[in-house]
Design a protein around this ligand. Structure first.
Ligand SMILES: Cc1cc2nc3c(=O)[nH]c(=O)nc-3n(C[C@H](O)[C@H](O)[C@H](O)COP(=O)(O)O)c2cc1C
Length: 169
């Protein structure tokens, strides 16, 4: 069965809450094994076991937290073993203009370098809110997380899981 790992660094719990919502959404897709794991349980060598890898970090000074960067840097030791896997990224920030896209893009950049198939956060066709309907490069939220953020996270998880299912079929 195709498998997906969702993990993130999170110091105060916001990014982790989003990871759990992504996991809920991914688990709605039949025939895909979804694991939401604590960051301290993951090393770079674990990533090779999964068909889909969804990584998250809070925005720290417009980039990712050093802890996530360390994991990304460690993937140099599994270079070549992540080719063709599906990847996606998510983040939370304190501020609306806090650097969410630059943080997401730095995760996505590493995934592209590994030859992974990167999946973004598409516009939600079901929402009536035309201005807050998708995160473009990945899932992003700022400030206090809202029900809309969690709904978008679930949709994102479902979307990535569907892509993993299709890619591995
Ligand atoms: C060292 C540090 C740097 C931060 N830098 C930014 C930043 O550049 N932009 C921003 O909007 N928020 C910034 N924040 C706020 C966090 O991104 C935000 O609170 C995030 O949601 C925390 O996620 P967590 O609860 O998963 O740890 C920073 C926080 C810390 C501790």
């Amino acid at each position: 069965m195709p498998s997906i790992l969702i993990t993130c660094y999170s110091r105060t719990g916001k990014t982790k809450a989003l990871a759990e919502a992504i996991g809920r959404g991914a688990k709605t897709v039949d025939g895909v094994d979804v694991e939401v794991l604590s960051f301290n349980r993951i090393s770079a060598s674990d990533l090779v076991r999964y068909d889909g890898i969804i990584l998250g970090s809070p925005v720290y000074f417009g980039g990712v937290a050093a802890e996530l960067k360390e994991l990304i840097d460690d993937t140099t030791f599994v270079r070549g073993k992540l080719v063709g896997k599906v990847g996606a990224a998510f983040t939370t920030a304190g501020d609306r203009t806090g650097g969410k896209e630059t943080a997401i893009l730095s995760i996505v950049q590493a995934m592209l370098i590994h030859g992974m198939i990167v999946v973004g956060d598409p516009i939600n066709p079901e929402t009536e809110d035309a201005e807050h309907n998708g995160g473009h490069y990945g899932l992003a939220a700022d400030g206090k997380l809202t029900e809309a953020d969690f709904a978008q996270a679930e949709l994102f998880g479902k979307h990535v899981a569907n892509v993993v299912k299709r890619v591995t079929a």
